[in-house]
Design a protein around this ligand. Structure first.
Ligand code: FAD
Ligand code: NAI
Length: 479
């Protein structure tokens, strides 16, 4: 006999677990299935984000930043810290503890909201008149029946053709977050978000880091001015980034403790080059994950990339089956997955859930942090939009000077005719937090004048946002 539920959610990453909680809040009888296992084989809900993504990467970014501060910046504050060392194994153990707090937090939230959790792999069996039959295996052994199903099975790292991940020498984000010692020479392929964040962690801890990027432009998705500023900052830090590169061959060399990799590549000028590294992180994007889901059993439609095909409301081709997060189109971001999860639960309840793709913030948690929302200057030009731009450097911000972190700027782009804010781009301290004000402003269709007239606390980094808004009208007060 299958266990009946109003809603069955497959996957407990940010898309799935949030969808399950919201559906339960709306009065549905909800099951959530998740396959992730912790080191002892127990459940570890939270998906890529919690286990090998957002949370552990931010834990390591924090530890490595403290280390670099202690080594390079304490002395300017008059603090003596001699013999500063890094114990990579302890740093990884702390990261694991942070992950576990998040896993446990989700299990607690399921209990609190009366979501039934099933640990195991969920796969479609068949569609019946009463709903979809889904088998859980490899943990709990059950068959569930869902009147409505939300698929939130996430994504997996993309490997270089012919170079599978072994998580020893050739690492995905998983292995990159588990290295128990600092490699002397670390290579990365792809200077996207993972390349820059992971490259920063291990460079700060003492690795010689080289990133090989296929595209000739650096951070093409960001505003050009911000990307230029970021490249300057990373160059200064000693993060070597080679653009316009073609990786030709990766060969394993040496054995045991001497095992290493030799990368043959063609540089932007067409010259043959080689790079020897002790570890290689391949961060060339992610692919939607549906392995084990058995979508064929019910005729769930996938596109040529393997993503589940959905409409603007996250409806699939099957009545009552929805899909959210990394497994569908759109940016692969945890907060995008969460918003879709909430919206789908509300749509199932007959409400009007909504996700505004135009105001999804992007953050890269390097130092300086990079964050943006809305359109870039190059996009506005390409779209033929008349705009005004205002920038304000952190160099002229009192709080940034007190922090000793004055790299970067806030840049605001507003419509030349209506003054509506069209994009905000930040590089600098706490950009990840500062961007929230810009998201709120854009959601409320604020003008740059609105931000310019709002009182911001002094001294605070957020004054740079107000000053950038004043700069749109050429009336900055502090620059
Ligand atoms: P996932 O988090 O991938 O969760 C899917 C879950 O479904 C997993 O637990 C999986 O085990 C389970 N599952 C899959 N198939 C089945 C099945 N058949 N049965 C049962 N369970 C199944 N995003 C940000 O917004 N901010 C960040 O700072 C950030 N940092 C990142 C850092 C790294 C290193 C990486 C790799 C990603 C990062 N991301 C970040 C992206 C973020 O992790 C993803 O966008 C997010 O996890 C997507 O959520 P999801 O729920 O769609 O899928
Ligand atoms: P990415 O898409 O950000 O970057 C991949 C990079 O690899 C691109 O610059 C691409 O041009 C390059 N590339 C592709 N093929 C290549 C090749 N053969 N040789 C050299 N370079 C090549 O993907 P990434 O960094 O793997 O991250 C995956 C996703 O995870 C991100 O797109 C993002 O959605 C999410 N993420 C989000 C974070 C955040 O929000 N802070 C942090 C980390 C990941």
């Amino acid at each position: 006999m299958s266990k009946p539920f109003d809603v069955v959610v497959i996957g407990a990453g940010p898309g799935g677990y949030i969808a399950a909680i919201r559906a339960a809040q709306l009065g549905f009888n909800v099951a959530c299935i998740d396959a992730w296992k912790n080191a002892s084989g127990g459940p570890a809900p939270g998906g890529t984000c919690t286990n090998i993504g957002c949370i552990p990467s931010k834990a390591l970014l924090q530890s490595s930043e403290y280390f670099e501060h202690a080594k390079l910046h304490f002395s300017e504050h008059g603090i003596t810290a001699s013999g500063v060392k890094i114990d990579a194994a302890q740093m990884i153990a702390r990261k694991d503890a942070v992950v576990k707090q998040n896993n446990d937090g989700i299990l607690y939230l399921f209990k609190k909201n009366k979501v039934s959790f099933f640990h195991g792999q969920g796969s479609f069996v068949q569609a019946t008149e009463a709903g979809y039959e889904i088998k859980v295996s490899g943990g709990s052994e059950e068959t569930l029946l869902g009147k409505q199903v939300i698929v939130a099975t996430g994504s997996s790292p993309r490997a270089l053709p012919g170079l599978p991940f072994d998580e020893e020498l050739v690492l995905s984000n998983d292995g990159a977050l588990r290295m128990g010692a600092v490699p002397k020479r670390l290579g990365l392929i792809g200077s996207g978000v993972i390349g820059l964040e992971m490259g920063s962690v291990w460079r700060r801890l003492g690795a010689e880091v080289t990133i090989l990027e296929a595209l000739p432009t650096f951070l093409g998705a960001a505003d050009e001015q911000i990307a230029k500023e970021a490249k300057k900052a990373f160059d200064k830090q000693g993060l070597k980034i080679a653009l316009g590169v073609k990786v030709d061959e990766v060969k394993k060399t040496g054995k045991g403790a001497k095992a290493a990799l030799s990368i043959a590549y063609t540089d932007a000028q067409g010259a043959a080059q080689s790079l020897e590294v002790d570890k290689l992180i391949v961060s060339i994007g992610r692919v939607p994950h549906t392995a084990g889901l058995n979508p064929e059993a019910v005729g769930l439609q996938l596109d040529e990339r393997g993503a589940i095909v959905v409409d603007a409301d996250c409806k699939t081709n099957l009545p009552g089956v929805w899909a959210v997060g990394d497994v569908v189109r759109g940016p692969m971001l945890a907060h995008k997955a969460e918003e879709e999860g909430v919206a789908v639960a509300e749509r199932i309840a007959g409400q009007h859930g909504h996700v505004n793709f135009g105001t999804i913030p992007w953050v890269i948690y390097t130092s300086p942090e990079i964050a943006w929302v809305g359109r870039t200057e190059q996009q506005l030009k390409a779209d033929g939009v008349r705009y005004k731009a205002g920038t304000f450097p952190f160099l002229a911000n009192g709080r940034a000077r007190a922090l000793g972190d004055t790299t970067g700027m806030v840049k605001m782009l507003a419509d030349a005719d209506t003054d509506e804010i069209l994009g905000v781009h930040i590089i600098g301290p706490m950009a990840s937090e500062l961007i929230a004000e810009a998201v709120v402003a854009m959601e409320f269709k604020a003008s740059s004048e609105d931000i310019a007239r709002i009182c911001h606390a002094h001294p605070s980094l957020s004054e740079a946002t107000k000053e950038a808004a004043l700069a749109v009208d050429k009336r900055t007060l502090n620059f």
